[in-house]
Design a protein around this ligand. Structure first.
Ligand code: GEK
Length: 247
């Protein structure tokens, strides 16, 4: 599939409406996420490696907020325990439609036998059970703040002992100097990837009420109150980080 260039915020807009994962975003999504999230490809390939390490025989591995299924496709290359499947969930019908096409190509071309069940659903309502790996790669940040603890608690309850949650998030920082440094550096990263100042500022406004980042300490607290005895950051580039929490 040819990667379409993201120019959604390139021209000045009269009114900036809240960001949505609609057809227009879906059509440019691989280009958008690659040029906006520092370390995205590194994260995708290493989530596969971590899933390979922690997947347990005869369990489910979840990709919550799967978008086009990049995490699922990486995990299915690396999981070699018998009887595992991947349950990939997203509430954008356009995302799931496109993810199905990509999965069909992957099923036809890769050696992996791990099945992927793509579901169009709200992750707040997805049953999580008999799980050894649960991935939320930049999804929790879109869930309303007051629903986040309940979701993480359901993930914890659905994991088997030794199972893991891999949680990637854009972070907020309480120290103003650190915050300015990391946000400015992220904007440099976007400029270096061809986004103009206008695109950066219009996208920022569109995401303002939709993507709510939290401080690392807040995530650590929530993981601990949900029951996870161990959590650690395993990746960070600027204000984007990924954590692992082990049950
Ligand atoms: C990747 N993980 O490529 N239920 C289900 N899906 C949701 C919900 C919800 N309540 N809220 C948001 N989403 C992917 C990238 S993108 C991150 C994840 C980004 C979905 C939403 O439709 C979108 O596809 C995804 O979460 C977030 O590794 O665009 O910054």
């Amino acid at each position: 599939m040819v990667k379409q260039h993201d120019n959604i915020y390139a021209s000045a807009l009269d009114e900036i409406i809240d960001f949505q994962f609609d057809e227009r975003v879906v059509s440019v999504f691989p280009d958008m996420i690659q040029r906006s999230v520092p370390g995205y490809s590194t994260l995708i390939s290493n989530i596969g490696i971590l899933a390979g390490r922690y997947a347990q025989a005869n369990t489910h591995c979840y990709d919550l907020g799967c978008s086009l299924g990049a995490v699922s496709l990486s995990m299915r290359q690396r999981i070699n325990q018998p009887g595992c499947d991947i349950i990939a969930v997203d509430n954008s019908p356009e995302m799931i439609e496109r993810a199905k096409a990509l999965l069909t190509t992957d099923l036809a071309t890769s050696d992996s036998v791990v099945p992927v069940d793509l579901q169009c659903a709200d992750i707040a309502e997805t049953t999580i059970e008999n799980a050894s790996v649960v991935v939320m790669n930049f999804t929790l940040q879109f869930i309303p703040l007051d629903q986040r603890l309940a979701l993480i608690e359901r993930v914890y309850a659905g994991l088997k002992p030794g199972g893991v949650l891999l949680l990637s998030e854009k972070l907020a920082f309480t120290d103003p100097q650190q915050s300015d440094f990391l946000i400015d550096t992220h904007h440099d990263f976007k400029r270096a990837n061809g986004y103009s100042d206008l695109e950066i500022s219009q996208k920022r406004s569109a995401l303002e009420n939709v993507l709510v980042p939290e401080a690392l300490a807040r995530h650590e607290q929530r993981l601990s109150s949900a029951g996870f005895a161990f959590s650690s950051v395993w990746f960070q580039c600027f204000n984007f980080a990924s954590m692992i929490a082990i049950k």
